[in-house]
Design a protein around this ligand. Structure first.
Ligand code: NAI
Ligand code: 3PG
Length: 539
């Protein structure tokens, strides 16, 4: 029974879904430090919101942990590279809280424009200060939206409904596409800033977006501009904003998110004028929380029980149809990777994967990851799987080149792998017979047809009479049964390679005797999984 740790408060609907799917739910929100580390170590999956920080230190020895689901959007509280290095899938639930975050943005924009929080406090203090709280209409004003993703677009749509002029900026969205969505977009941030009466940010927090709106950008704003942040603390530089509010360089700000949550008592924006603060409430609605709780629970159920990967931020998504379509190729690639690792002479510097024919019609990222996993998993101390294999390879200076060609050759589908330990590649090519039977059809320059499971003995040799008899006699004496044999050769009497599928492992003395034949150049014993055994977590 898989176990899932709930790190932050999760709506009961999500917990019930997990339990109904037979998951052991460890519902302990608020754990920190060593207690959290131990609980993560004992879990197969974890669900969290923004309250829990998953650091590299916590993941140092992750135990059984295979997946983290963020019940929400932002994953900046998770050390994603550290999770990837440990082979842990990180997924989020985009969309589940989009509307709530957009509504919160509009709510704080209107509240700021009409001084609603201050007016409320004033009235509850027994005052009647109508003159003090004269506000501004938003209709006819210009709202600048930075980040035209899910939330940015919903905010833009709602603002347009309030008769605002909306201008967007998103370097990853073509201006024409923005136009199709009914949003005027500009190519440069500097073109946006001087036009805004209100400016709202809806990007993730990254190295690039940190302090995207800093002192310099604030200087470009109109003096009566008001700023909104329902994305992440720090996208609008908090120190620069506090300063601008004090000097009156900007007219106001409404913030839902902060660099440090909760902010420390001396946080400068707590005392700044014309500022409205909410404690990270953008996604805090009954509806959004139910959505993200159920979505996060389902992500983990699908992953832990079926190997499906959706909304992953550190690997390619694998939906049910795609998983079924590539499952056999994933298995084939993994075995070819294992084979290459055991045949390689020296450190592999580069791999070239060529997908030909039917396989080229599918997404090949997972298949490439599976090959890399096979190539590395017995060479590294670290736990290697489909999530971290490519990253670990690149960290070790292994170049990965993958090309696809829909053209069919002799086979309807082919995965050719070349591993370069020096300038000359070692070639191992596999195919599927009858869409399901894995076969090795080329090794080095030689064509052959052999099975890819169990113990293989691979030996390059000269094609001379009596060699098979030599091996058969020795293995007979040592009780090693040859299940199948395939030979590939240039020409009769020329260079050749043979692959024997053995029912049991030959001992070192048996191999030494076989190797003593003058026309056997070398012998490699390759261990592959039994038929049908998929790479780690790919159940
Ligand atoms: P999204 O991924 O749909 O949209 C983000 C957009 O930002 C993308 O279109 C991207 O191209 C754009 N972007 C990235 N870098 C940019 C840059 N340098 N300049 C301009 N645009 C840039 O994400 P979604 O769902 O819209 O969420 C946005 C953020 O809002 C999340 O990353 C999360 O941190 C935050 N959020 C906060 C909530 C809250 O409770 N306050 C609730 C939900 C999300
Ligand atoms: C998000 O990124 O989804 C929001 O910031 C919501 O965070 P929360 O789950 O802590 O409410």
């Amino acid at each position: 029974m898989p176990r899932v740790l709930i790190c932050d408060k999760l709506e009961p609907a999500g917990l019930e879904l997990l339990k109904a799917a037979g998951v052991d739910v460890d519902n302990r929100p608020g754990l920190v430090g060593e207690a959290l580390q131990v609980a993560l170590h004992q879990a197969d999956g974890a669900i969290l919101r923004s309250g829990t920080r998953i650091t590299a230190e916590l993941l140092e020895d992750p135990g059984k942990l295979k997946a983290i689901a963020r019940a929400g959007v932002g994953v900046d509280n998770i050390d994603v590279p550290a999770a990837t290095r440990k082979g842990i899938v990180v997924m989020n639930t985009p969309g589940g809280n989009t509307v709530s975050a957009a509504e919160h943005t509009i709510a704080i924009m209107l509240a700021l424009a009409r001084h609603i929080p201050a007016a409320d406090v004033s009235m509850k203090a027994g005052k009647w200060e109508r003159g003090k709280f004269v506000g501004h209409q938003v209709a006819g004003k210009t709202l600048g939206v930075i980040g035209l993703g899910r939330i940015g677009r919903e905010v833009a749509r709602r603002a347009a409904g309030l008769d605002m002029n909306v201008v967007g900026y998103d370097p990853f969205l073509a201006l024409e596409r923005a136009g199709q969505l009914g949003i005027e977009a500009v190519a440069r941030l500097t073109d946006l800033l001087p036009r805004c009466d209100f400016l709202t940010v809806h990007t993730p927090l990254t190295d690039v977006t940190k302090s995207l709106i800093g002192a310099k950008e604030i200087q470009s704003l109109k003096p009566d501009c008001r700023l909104l942040n329902v994305a992440r603390g720090g996208i609008i530089d908090e120190t620069a904003l506090a300063e601008a509010l004090h000097t009156g360089r900007v007219a106001g700000a409404a913030l839902d998110v902060f660099t440090s949550e909760p902010p420390p008592p001396d946080f400068p924006l707590l005392k700044a004028p014309n500022v409205l603060l909410t404690p990270h409430l953008g996604a805090s609605t009954v509806e959004a929380q139910e959505n993200v709780a159920k979505e996060a629970a389902q992500l983990l159920i699908d992953f832990l029980q079926k190997g499906l990967v959706q909304f992953a931020v550190n690997m390619a998504a694998v939906d049910r149809a795609e998983l079924e379509a590539v499952r056999t190729y994933v298995d084939l690639a993994h075995r070819l990777g294992l084979l290459q690792a055991q045949l390689a002479q020296g450190a592999i510097r580069k791999v070239v994967l060529t997908y030909r024919g039917d396989v080229a019609q599918h997404g090949t990222r997972l298949i490439t990851a599976s090959f890399m996993s096979g190539l590395l998993e017995n060479r590294l101390d670290e736990h290697v799987n489909l999530v971290n294999a490519e990253m670990l390879a690149r960290e070790r200076g292994i170049e990965i080149v993958a090309t696809t060609s829909p053209k069919k050759g002799d086979f309807s589908t082919l995965l050719q792998t070349e591993a370069f330990a020096d300038d000359k590649p070692m070639v191992a090519t596999g195919t599927l017979f009858g869409n399901q039977y894995l076969r090795l059809v080329q090794i080095g320059p030689f064509r052959l047809d052999t099975y890819l499971d169990g113990t293989l003995m691979v030996f390059p040799h000269r094609d001379v009479p009596g060699l098979i008899g030599h091996i058969g006699t020795i293995f007979g004496r040592h009780n090693v049964n040859i299940a199948r044999m395939a030979v590939g050769r240039e020409s009769p009497g020329g260079e050749a390679v043979a692959v024997l599928n053995l029912d049991n492992d030959p001992t070192a003395p048996a191999l030494a005797e076989v190797r003593s034949h003058p026309h056997i150049h070398s012998i490699s014993v390759v261990k592959l999984p039994p038929p049908g055994q998929m790479p780690v977590w790919f159940g």
